[in-house]
Ligand binder design. Structure first.
Ligand code: ADP
Ligand code: MG
Length: 326
């Protein structure tokens, strides 16, 4: 990889959650790159100590409404209070006072009509440069999120899967994922993984997503179909094991088989300590990833919160069927 491409990848890796226009070169260590195809043919990989793996069953516990790590009270992961935000360029207010609390281990779904502000909310949370926060507070793991740069939010464990994932020419998926993971491990005080140690870790995730390993050699998202990009986003999430994953319409453009693979991977990532915020138009996704809470967003505010029955009501009768929504 050329130094320029490496710098671009390092910046992108540290800012998975940031908009491409905002990427600034962070001070990251870049590991030497090794082609995954070379690794695939190398002798038996060493076992490495990685962050604790996902525990199945947490999703079910969360879906049952528990939301707490086994044996303890639920801890607040994200607390959004009266959040107001405008489009930076025009000053037009899009978020008119959003309240949302997500505890560790919970899965939240936000539904709402087109244009109700769902993507805006997720982009504001990750620090997208198009928007300016004009009121309210956001605490993530007890710390104010709004003062942090997008890169810092990502490194702190916030992940967002974009509706339109960015392409990074000249940087292989493998190098990108390794750098992203090492940036996060450095933040967690863990030693960096070398490319050979990384391979078995990555390989298991690629298999779970039923992705062709050839995608690891290709440049990040370059020439990927819509569905391939979505799988790749979830691969990034699986590698980073973020504390809070914001998934904006991961179901769009996926056929049923792909949706099932993606949902299985997401469910496998659920642990008592982490959470998911998913945005969707369709109840279909919620059949695969069971939400603890369903919220309805309308004109830049969350107007109703309930359980899965709210989504079912919505599917049957549309937004009119839900009282409190005009
Ligand atoms: N950067 C922007 N500049 C101008 N208008 C925007 C911008 N981002 C979002 N909007 C507008 O804000 C409203 C909410 O958009 P969005 O959050 O994308 O809705 P949703 O994801 O719920 O469909 C829409 O009317 C949209 O056109
Ligand atoms: Mg949207």
């Amino acid at each position: 990889m050329s130094p320029a491409a490496a710098a671009a990848a390092a910046a992108a890796a540290a800012a998975v959650a940031a908009a491409s226009s905002r990427l600034s070169p962070p001070h990251l260590r870049i590991s030497p790159s090794v082609s995954p195809s070379i690794l695939a043919s190398s002798s038996a990989p060493r076992r490495v100590r990685l962050p604790p793996g996902p525990r199945r069953g947490a999703a079910a516990a969360a879906a049952a409404g528990g939301g707490a790590a086994a044996g303890g009270p639920a801890r607040v992961l994200l607390e959004v209070r009266d959040l107001k935000a405008v489009v930076k360029e025009s000053g037009k207010e899009l978020l008119h006072g959003v309240d949302l609390t997500i505890n560790e281990g919970e899965v939240h779904a936000i539904m709402g009509r087109n244009g109700s502000g769902k993507s805006t909310l997720s982009k504001v949370l990750v620090g997208h440069p198009d928007y300016e926060v004009t009121g309210g507070t956001v605490l993530f793991k007890g710390e104010s999120l709004l003062e942090k740069e997008p890169e810092e939010r990502s490194l702190a464990g916030l992940f967002m899967s974009f509706q339109t994932p960015i392409e990074i020419p000249g940087v292989s998926n493998y190098d990108f994922l390794l750098m992203a993971l090492n940036a996060r491990r450095e933040k967690q005080g863990l030693p960096a993984l070398g490319p050979i140690e990384f391979y078995p870790y990555l390989s298991s995730k690629v298999t779970a997503l039923k992705m062709d390993p050839k995608f690891l050699d290709r440049n990040v998202n370059e020439g990927f179909s819509g569905g391939e990009k979505k799988r790749n986003e979830i691969l990034q999430l699986a590698v980073l094991e973020a504390d809070l994953a914001i998934l904006d319409e991961i179901d769009s453009g996926l056929d049923v088989d792909a949706l099932e693979d993606v949902a299985n991977t997401v469910n496998g990532l659920l642990k008592p300590g982490n959470s998911i915020l998913m945005i969707t138009h369709y109840q279909r996704l919620l059949d695969y990833i069971k939400p603890t809470f369903v919220h309805i967003m309308e004109e830049g505010k969350i107007v109703r919160t309930g359980d899965i029955s709210l989504a079912k009501q919505l599917e049957k009768g549309g937004y009119k069927a839900i009282s409190g929504v005009s």
